[in-house]
Design a protein around this ligand. Structure first.
Ligand SMILES: Cc1cc2nc3c(=O)[nH]c(=O)nc-3n(C[C@H](O)[C@H](O)[C@H](O)COP(=O)(O)OP(=O)(O)OC[C@H]3O[C@@H](n4cnc5c(N)ncnc54)[C@H](O)[C@@H]3O)c2cc1C
Length: 438
């Protein structure tokens, strides 16, 4: 028996199997798992006896067409390996999340989004075909032309319709190996939302960090970043080298992160951007994956672990809704040094895919005796404005709240009934949210 955890470090007992041969590995398994970078319980087993297929050794690139950028690989290929191989050759994945330590299977199953969602949508928008092992052990190829409902349900389907064995998608050609970045310190949430929407038509990539502990006039002050690939003319001649990495050496005690220390961190980070505006060349690693520089940084949240609450506040709810969300967050006492804001474009094709037109807010919250009350309170607000939470980050949403915020759920459950009527494929999350058997 193993103890498996997501990135939030909350454990579940289970049995994890590893093999280079992903077709053998997934036969009879009830859940797929990549690098376990989902924060909550989506990659954790529903029961200690469940077999979880870990894909990380099934990581071969099967084909690549240098004319079209179409790449096919096994689902366990990691983003860190893909970028290491393809960046020097002038190619980059069309969409990447905020860490390189994810697999292709995990990127599809969560339908990950990046800093370019307003331009490129989610990763699933660039997927051309998936090879999938179904719950009844058949292997099928699905795409926007064949078994379309299985394809759409598997994108963002959290591994509940089938084990993804292979992914075919289109890489982007890039003009250089560098990012041109501009950064601006923004005094409050209103100005922040204005700046991010002003930047969206001009910049392919945007994102911001906000200080979610500040109240009053400075509520939501932060730092907005915008970027684009540098042209070949303006990029430095040298290649960006590998970044030095350090490992968080120990699990910090529970008391280390509290409202006071998080507030100090936030103020220090905000004022470390001394100039109101800055611009320059940046290595893609530092731009896309800033947190990867400290390996195992999740230990900073202490032995009780943490959750990330990520929601989208729809544009239709108006800019004041984001301010009210921030007020709710501070009123509930959720102290966090990490609060990330992104601009989301229109909803993609994945049936349960997370983003929708609006503002995504992600905030790390240490687990304490109050965590359920905090998540419930935030969920009530998100339901009231017609938003939703991101399943790959979620650990505490109640099933009735998820139903209330997800009008697409009946369609997803109908797909499960078609492709896996016995609900053999399941996770700790599907047990919690959809009532699957343990
Ligand atoms: C620091 C950090 C930053 C992040 N930033 C972002 C971000 O900017 N945007 C974003 O969208 N996400 C972000 N994430 C979340 C992360 O991208 C997703 O959770 C991703 O799914 C993790 O990939 P994984 O390979 O570790 O999958 P796991 O965590 O192992 O699994 C996640 C889900 O995918 C399923 N799955 C995995 N492999 C397969 C497969 N082969 N077949 C079928 N189902 C499978 C699992 O069952 C589970 O439901 C971030 C996570 C971290 C830790």
């Amino acid at each position: 028996m193993d103890t498996l955890t997501g990135w939030g470090r909350l454990p579940e007992p289970g049995r994890e199997l590893f093999d280079e041969d992903i077709e053998t590995l997934t036969r009879g398994a009830v859940l797929s798992r990549g690098l376990g970078r989902s924060y909550g319980d989506s990659s954790l087993p529903a029961s200690p006896d469940d077999k979880v297929a870990n894909s990380r050794f099934a990581n071969r690139i099967l084909s690549f067409d240098p004319h079209t950028g179409v790449l096919r690989a096994e689902a366990g290929l990691t983003l860190v390996d893909l970028v290491r191989l393809m960046l020097p050759r002038g190619w980059f994945p069309p969409v990447v999340p905020g860490t390189r330590f994810v697999t292709l299977g995990g990127m599809v199953a969560s339908d990950v989004h990046g800093k370019n969602h307003h331009r490129e949508g989610c990763f699933g928008a660039h997927v051309r075909a998936l090879r999938i092992r179904l719950a009844d052990d058949r292997v099928v190829e699905c795409s926007p032309e064949a078994d379309v409902d299985l394809f759409d349900g598997s994108i963002g389907g959290m591994g509940l319709l089938g084990h993804i064995l292979e992914v075919e998608f289109t890489m982007h050609r890039i003009p250089s190996q560098w990012i041109w970045m501009e950064r601006e310190r923004v005094p409050d949430i209103g100005a922040f939302l204005e700046s991010i929407s002003r930047a969206a038509p001009e910049w392919p990539m945007t994102m911001g960090w906000i200080d979610c502990l500040k109240r009053g006039e400075e509520m939501g002050r932060g730092v907005l970043m915008a970027g684009r690939w540098a042209s070949a003319d303006e990029a430095p001649a040298r290649n960006p080298g590998a970044r030095p990495e350090i490992t968080m050496p120990v699990v910090l005690p529970d008391w280390a992160l509290n409202r006071a220390t998080a507030g100090l961190f936030n103020a220090a980070y905000y004022w470390s951007h001394l100039r109101r505006r800055a611009a320059g060349m940046m290595a893609p690693g530092a731009f896309f994956f800033p947190l990867d520089v400290i390996l195992e940084w999740n230990r900073a949240y202490g032995p009780r672990g943490f959750t990330q609450y990520q929601c989208v506040v729809p544009r239709a709810a108006g800019p004041d809704a984001v301010r009210k969300f921030m007020e709710q967050l501070t009123a509930l006492g959720a102290a966090s040094p990490l609060c990330v804001i992104k601009d989301c474009g229109p909803e993609g094709r994945g049936v349960l895919s997370f983003p929708m037109e609006g503002t995504s807010i992600a905030v790390d919250i240490p687990v304490s005796g109050h965590i359920q009350r905090v998540v419930d309170g935030l969920n009530q607000f998100i339901i009231s404005v017609g938003g939703r939470v991101y399943l790959t980050k979620d650990r505490f949403t109640r099933p009735e709240d998820f139903r209330a915020m997800e009008p697409r759920l009946p369609r997803f459950l109908a797909l499960r009934a078609k492709w896996d009527p016995a609900r053999r494929l399941r996770s700790a999350q599907s047990r919690r949210l959809f009532g699957d058997a343990a």
